[in-house]
Write a protein that binds this ligand. Structure first.
Ligand SMILES: [Zn+2]
Length: 377
């Protein structure tokens, strides 16, 4: 038998199987066929991954992919597949009244495997200037639950954005409750976008259920770091209760000061996502692997940052039977990275800089056995 693709001699980092060493990986019919220290069978295609890092296909749990309608939407393939991400979750770019258009024009047509959270606002996110919840008549629970039920293969939950330019202060808890009610209508999870200092995170998390997600958790204010500049016991115990803390770097939502505070308190993110969009793709976010590189720089291990962008988001999204792992028989999604050494400058969403001596870069992405080389660089 001849394999379709053989990736030879790379350092395999697969947190799902606790693999961290040099292995060959064979792919056949779009699935992982074998993982061994040495595979000598013939293959149609061979990638020499010597000196490179081989991981399960990366999963970005916060992107905006509704290009042309959502003001933040990027064309998904160049920024995802082109940069190591095989699976991505669009977080609220569409809502009950726009999702079907998003699905037909984008999700069903692109090569990146896309899932979505519906915005509790039926319009989704259209304009950066007029928040989607400034008029709460858009927050339609039944319509969101119905659309989610109808598209359960792609819709995983509900997104609600609670920052001041999106919604009036007095409406925030109402919007959060409506998001939870809509998600309960089809068994999805809620992702809450936090974004200002008026509402401490503890005020919001008490409404969340285990498995619900806080995105932008590492922002300068309004995330896991309190106004006193610490990670409170309440936040620590909310994690123990099962609340998921996601990065969602974005143009305005990740601060090195917060990361350092959190690391010192042993509070690492559950999932590392980019929230890459039209306003952050040229910096400070660039892409998911740059976001992972920042957490590597601030003290997480390579195994940990890979886990936060593979195994953990796969479990959160309920797709871990087949994705986020290099187990034999699962989908042949693989990312090949290079850990470059040199002088690098990272910038956070507060425009603070830090110097680093390592950076992850994408070499190639494999989705269901098909190779996509990095076409951005
Ligand atoms: Zn976002």
């Amino acid at each position: 038998m001849t394999y379709d693709l053989l990736i030879k001699g790379g350092t395999v980092v697969d947190p799902d199987q606790e693999l961290n060493g040099v292995y060959d990986i064979a792919i056949e019919n779009g699935k992982i066929a074998d993982v061994q220290a040495e595979i000598s069978q013939d293959s149609h295609d061979v990638i020499d991954a010597n000196g490179l890092i081989v991981t399960p296909g990366l999963i970005d749990m916060h992107v905006h992919a509704y290009w042309g309608v959502c003001c933040y939407g990027l064309e998904p393939d160049a920024i995802n597949l082109g940069r190591g991400v095989t699976t991505a979750l669009d977080c609220g770019s569409s809502g009950a009244e726009t999702f079907e258009h998003f699905r037909r024009t984008v999700i069903d047509r692109v090569q990146t495997r896309l899932y979505a959270l519906l915005n509790i606002s039926a319009m989704g996110i259209i304009s950066a200037n007029i928040g989607e919840l400034l008029d709460m008549r858009w927050a339609l629970v039944d319509e969101a639950a119905t659309m989610g039920t109808k598209n359960r293969d792609r819709v995983l939950g509900i997104k609600v954005r609670l920052s001041s330019h999106v919604i009036h202060q007095d409406d925030k808890l109402d919007a959060l409750k409506r998001a939870i009610a809509a998600a309960e209508g089809f068994g999805g999870f809620v992702m809450v976008h936090v974004g200002d200092i008026e509402t401490p995170l503890e005020t919001l998390t008490q409404y969340l259920r285990p498995g619900d997600v806080v995105t932008h958790a590492f922002r300068h204010w309004g995330g896991v770091r309190s106004a006193e500049g610490e990670i409170t016991d309440v936040i620590q115990s909310e994690r123990e209760r099962g609340i998921v803390f996601d990065v969602g770097h974005g143009g305005g939502s990740c601060s090195f000061e917060t990361i350092e505070t959190a690391m010192a308190a042993g509070f690492k993110p559950d999932t590392i996502s980019s929230d890459v969009s039209t306003i952050s793709v040229t910096g400070p976010v660039y892409d998911l692997v740059t976001t992972m590189s920042k957490f590597l720089h601030f003290g997480m291990s390579l195994n940990e940052v890979v886990r936060c962008a593979t195994t953990t988001p796969a479990k959160q999204m309920g797709i871990n039977d087949d994705l986020g792992s290099l187990r034999i028989g699962t989908t042949g999604d693989i990312t090949i990275l290079r850990l470059d050494e040199g002088d690098f400058t990272y910038i956070d969403a507060e425009r603070q800089q830090t110097s680093a001596d390592q950076k992850l870069n994408t070499v190639a992405t494999v989705r269901e056995g098909k190779i996509y080389h990095d076409w951005n660089r």
